[in-house]
Unconditional design. Structure first.
Length: 217
C-alpha cells in the first residue's frame, strides 16, 4: 500500500470519528491562543486550560502581562511545568508585541518565530488555528503516529512535517492536525496500540504482527 492509498484511508477514518473537531486549548483571542500554546510545552492541555480559565477573563492582552511583570506571571502559572522559563517568555513576548507589532500577533512565521519562547510548532498552531493559514504543526504525538502509519521515516519533526504535507492535500492540513492529535490520545496511544491495535494501524498494515519502534522527536 502506497502513501496515497494510506492517506485516503486515514482521512476517511478520521472524518468518521471526528466530523466535528474540538479545539484542545481554550483561548479568548489570537494572543491568548499564542500564550496557551507556549504554556502547553511539556504540559497537558487539560492542565493549561485549568490554569488559564482563571487568567484570561482578566488578563488577555500583551499590555496586561507587561503590567503584571514576571513575578506575578510566575504566580499565575506556577502549576504549569517550567513555569519560570515560560513566565519570562510571556513577559518579553508581550513587550515585543507592543514595541514592534502595536500589540497585535503577527501573521507570518518569520515574525512569530522571532518572539521569545516561540518555535516553529507554536507558530504553526497560531497560523493554523488563529489565522486559518494551511499548516501542519507536528508535536511528539503526531511525530509518533506518522511513523506508525508509515508516512515518514521519523528522522525529526522537520522531516515529519514535510512528509505529512506531501502525503495529504493542503486543504485538509488544519483539520487533520487536530484529528490526529485526538486520535492519538484516544485510540493510537503510545503505550497501548503500538502500531498493531487501532483501526488506522490495522487498516494500513493488516499483516503487521510486531509492535512498531518509533524514533523520538
Amino acid at each position: 500500500m502506497n502513501t496515497k492509498e494510506k492517506s485516503k484511508i486515514i482521512i476517511n477514518i478520521l472524518n468518521k470519528i471526528y466530523p466535528k473537531i474540538p479545539i484542545p486549548l481554550n483561548y479568548k483571542n489570537t494572543f491568548t491562543l499564542l500564550i496557551s500554546v507556549l504554556l502547553s510545552a511539556q504540559c497537558t492541555d487539560v492542565n493549561v486550560n485549568n490554569v488559564t480559565k482563571k487568567i484570561y477573563p482578566k488578563y488577555n492582552k500583551p499590555e496586561h502581562f507587561v503590567k503584571l511583570g514576571r513575578k506575578r506571571i510566575e504566580n499565575l502559572i506556577k502549576k504549569i511545568g517550567i513555569f519560570r522559563v515560560k513566565a519570562k517568555s510571556i513577559f518579553y513576548l508581550s513587550k515585543k508585541l507592543i514595541e514592534r507589532h502595536k500589540g497585535k500577533v503577527p501573521k507570518t512565521y518569520e515574525e512569530l518565530e522571532q518572539l521569545p519562547g516561540v518555535g516553529h510548532k507554536t507558530a504553526s498552531v497560531v497560523m493554523s488555528q488563529g489565522f486559518g493559514f494551511p499548516a501542519f504543526p507536528v508535536d511528539t504525538h503526531i511525530h509518533r503516529l506518522a511513523q506508525r502509519w508509515g508516512l515518514t521515516n521519523g528522522k525529526n519533526v522537520v522531516q515529519t512535517e514535510k512528509d505529512l504535507k506531501n502525503a495529504f492535500p493542503k486543504k485538509y492540513w488544519n483539520r487533520l492536525h487536530l484529528q490526529i492529535i485526538w486520535y492519538g490520545r484516544e485510540y493510537c496511544k503510545a503505550r497501548d496500540c503500538y502500531g498493531i491495535a487501532c483501526k488506522i494501524c490495522k487498516s494500513c498494515y493488516p499483516n503487521r504482527k510486531k509492535p512498531v519502534k518509533t524514533k523520538k522527536a
